[in-house]
Design a protein around this ligand. Structure first.
Ligand SMILES: Cc1ncc(COP(=O)(O)O)c(C=O)c1O
Length: 412
């Protein structure tokens, strides 16, 4: 790192001074994020720089596929076959046959007509409304939706004047109905209503009431969009997602978005899946599809293999479910409060932010990697340790975690 004379920068560069002030404030408030560097592959245990081998309970590697030999080999094979990429956007000369293959596989996984991949789910969420909405449309969003959905809606309302936006109370169908009734009475809302929800909410670990949302949407002719980034590969008997958990057909959701960066290999990438018409419009008009390169071929190939494994090995999903039940019972037996849900996200509520952070630090000393989240990421007074369970965990890993939780309980 190059040492500089900070005081001379302050006067010459107000931006540097302002930036340093923000960083100092974050540090003083205990909110400065510091990376933990992992010196090997993701798995039930990881090797952390300065900490050695620790049990990992903070990755979204829900199915344990991030370092699966076939997933790794497919990525290597993709790199050999296609090289690094085509150095072009998709519609010019940037589409490989591996893109067509994974998009067919994703559509089949969700039981819908078509899908389209992006370099991240963030990108997909940014594209949806700005592309599919027109002035006079309204987008109504659950208040706890992921940041990428929120930003995607903001973008749509800025670049297409006359696209309306509203928020409904978390998982509250009455609140949604009120918003839709108000929209119906609003002469400026002349177009399509869109309702958007996470399938699994990442901080609470709870799930969207998709059957309830579907029926309210149907009353008003609204389209239902579900971001199932934490549900794909996890929820439902065969891991197809939160709609499968509810016993719903893929076609009963108008549009899915999800990530390839969690259960489905964990590399990177995202997608949307739905009707052929919506996907065709996205290909023609989506700014991230027209002006940004494709998913790297190596990721397309490794994620394609991950989905193939998911489809062929439903036992992985069953093992994940068993692990979740075992960990939840164990956490309760130790005496901690854990939120109830059918997902692989187990938030242990400890209320106080400083306490959550201190507890996660202590757990790391004890050989368990779990992140503490506090205000402003979660509401004041609801700080938590967010534990994420994987099919990669064996009982020994979960027992090690529960043993160290007992130590924590005695100390805090
Ligand atoms: C619900 C949800 N949507 C979208 C994303 C973004 O996914 P990606 O990492 O593929 O951009 C995340 C990642 O944290 C997420 O949790």
């Amino acid at each position: 790192m190059i040492e500089t004379n900070m005081s001379s920068i302050d006067t010459k560069d107000p931006f540097a001074a302002r930036t340093r002030a923000v960083l100092s404030e974050l540090e003083a408030g205990g909110q400065l994020k510091k990376f933990q560097t992992i010196e090997g592959p993701m798995g039930a245990k990881v090797r952390l720089r300065d900490h050695g081998e620790v049990v990992c309970l903070c990755s979204n590697n829900y199915l344990g596929l991030a370092n699966h030999p076939d997933v790794v080999e497919s990525g290597i094979e993709g790199l050999r076959r296609y090289g690094a990429g085509t150095a072009s956007v998709r519609f010019i000369c940037g589409t490989f046959d591996c893109h067509e293959k994974i998009e067919r596989r994703i559509a089949d996984l969700h039981g819908v007509e078509a899908s389209y991949t992006f370099s991240s789910c963030w990108n997909a969420n940014e594209a949806i409304f700005a592309t599919l909405c027109e002035p006079g449309d309204i987008i109504i969003s659950d208040e706890l939706n992921h940041a990428s959905i929120i930003d995607g809606i903001r973008l749509a309302s800025v670049i297409k004047k006359g696209v309306h936006k509203k928020v409904f109370r978390h998982s509250d169908l009455d609140s949604l109905r009120e918003r839709l009734e108000a929209a119906r009475a609003n002469p400026e809302v002349t177009g399509q209503a869109w309702v958007v929800t996470d399938g699994v909410f990442s901080m609470e670990g709870d799930i969207g009431d998709l059957p309830g949302l579907r029926s309210v949407c149907d009353e008003f002719g609204a389209k239902l969009v579900v971001d199932d980034s934490h549900g794909t590969g996890v929820m439902g008997p065969t891991g197809r997602g939160t709609h499968e958990h509810w016993g719903m057909d893929g076609k009963s959701i108008d549009l899915f978005t999800s990530t390839l960066g969690k259960a489905l290999g964990g590399g990177a990438g995202g997608y949307m899946a739905g009707s052929k018409e919506m996907i065709d419009l996205m290909i023609q008009r989506g700014r991230p599809t027209l002006f940004s390169n494709a998913l790297p071929a190596t990721v397309a190939c490794s994620a394609d293999k991950a989905i193939e494994i998911l489809m062929n090995e439903p036992d992985r999903v069953a093992k994940l479910r068993d692990n979740v039940a075992y960990a939840r019972d164990g956490i309760r037996a130790v005496g901690f409060e854990v939120l109830e849900s059918p997902t692989a996200i187990l938030p242990i509520i400890v209320h106080d932010t400083a306490k959550a952070i201190a507890m996660s630090k202590r757990l790391l000393e004890l050989g368990v990697f779990v992140i503490g989240f506090g205000y402003p990421v979660v509401p004041e007074g609801e700080a938590r340790l967010r534990c994420q369970i994987s099919a990669a965990h064996e009982r020994t890993h979960l027992d090690e975690f529960l043993e160290q939780l007992k130590v924590l309980k005695a100390e805090f």
